[in-house]
Design a binder for this molecule. Structure first.
Ligand code: DAK
Length: 260
């Protein structure tokens, strides 16, 4: 697929997907969502890609939401199709056996906050702003903002953002656990790439099991979730990386992981 709305780049095992509609503050139209789905599928299927970064072009916005001009005249059936494609795409990112980081370099509103919530981690620039302002245009979040956001920051805080359309800055987002790290704007990409490369060099199968155990254990009872974790951990003993990691520890040297 040829991309018109995103950039796709791979370097040292790290794929960077960049929302690239700066004139619309990287707002996502249906074509953008389809391109993100295609790029995420490439990331999942290409064994040379070990970690993924999502970011926005320009210095003002990560993603200012779904494209309001495109949504304005949608019929319910069109809105449903748009919403379902978004959900399918975010879920692909959320469940793929590779780590993802959203590098949030400005406004992350509506669908912008929502796609970042599907990533494993969120790193923000000091000028980032988060919010679910859909209520201001007569909607509620349609891409997981009432669900993933609530799971990450809790019900009371999520309701403040969703029901009152309150926007928060990067420091507040850090304080309530919405973002993992905050950097000066000119350091965000460098630091995110450094961290993504570190993740790319980790034992790949163990990364996959860690993500699987956290994602799918979250909604289970503690007993079932611990059982899932046990199975995932036990499977790691089938890998070369487990043998190498433990051998290197005993021999007091750095491990050379192969990813399986
Ligand atoms: N959609 C389309 N264009 C947008 C946009 C957006 N979300 N956000 C910004 N733009 C465009 C502006 O229209 C403007 O275009 P021109 O006038 O230059 O042609 C350009 O980007 C620059 O924006 P501003 O001039 O407004 O820039 P400011 O610095 O003054 O303000 C801002 C920046 C981010 C505060 C402001 O642009 C803003 O409030 N933007 C809208 C933010 C927003 O409400 N986002 C949530 C969108 S709703 C669903 C599926 C998904 C969703 C819901 C349902 N189903 C299908 C049911 C998700 C919904 C959303 O995400």
């Amino acid at each position: 697929m040829e991309y018109k709305n995103i950039l796709f780049d791979v370097e040292d095992g790290v794929a960077t997907i960049t929302f690239n509609r700066p004139k619309a503050l990287n707002a996502m139209n249906a074509e953008t969502v389809a391109e993100i789905f295609d790029a995420a599928t490439r990331c999942k299927e290409d064994d040379s890609i070990k970690a993924i970064i999502l970011t926005g072009s320009g210095d003002k916005a990560f993603v200012a939401g779904a494209d309001i001009s495109e949504m304005q005249d949608m019929r319910p059936s069109e809105a449903l199709a748009f919403m379902e494609k978004g959900h399918e795409t975010w879920r692909l990112i959320e469940t793929m056996p590779k780590p993802s980081i959203a590098a949030i370099n400005g406004f992350a509103l509506g669908g912008g906050t929502e796609i970042s919530l599907a990533c494993d981690m969120r790193f923000a620039s000091e000028n980032a702003r988060f919010g679910q302002p859909e209520i201001m245009i007569g909607l509620i979040p349609g891409w997981g903002g009432t669900q993933r956001l609530t799971r990450i920051i809790g019900m009371g805080r999520a309701k403040e953002l969703v029901m009152a359309g309150v926007q928060i800055d990067a420091q507040r987002a850090y304080d309530i656990g919405l973002v993992n790290r905050v950097y000066p704007a000119d350091q965000l990409m460098e630091e995110t790439k450094k961290f993504a490369k570190k993740l790319a060099g980790m034992p790949g199968f163990a990364i996959k099991m860690a993500k699987h155990s956290i994602n799918f254990g979250y909604d289970l009872s503690l007993d079932s979730a611990n059982r899932l974790e046990t199975e995932c951990c036990a499977q790691c003993f089938s890998t070369d990386d487990q043998k190498e990691g433990m051998k290197a520890f005993i021999e007091k040297r750095k491990p050379n992981f192969v990813g399986y």
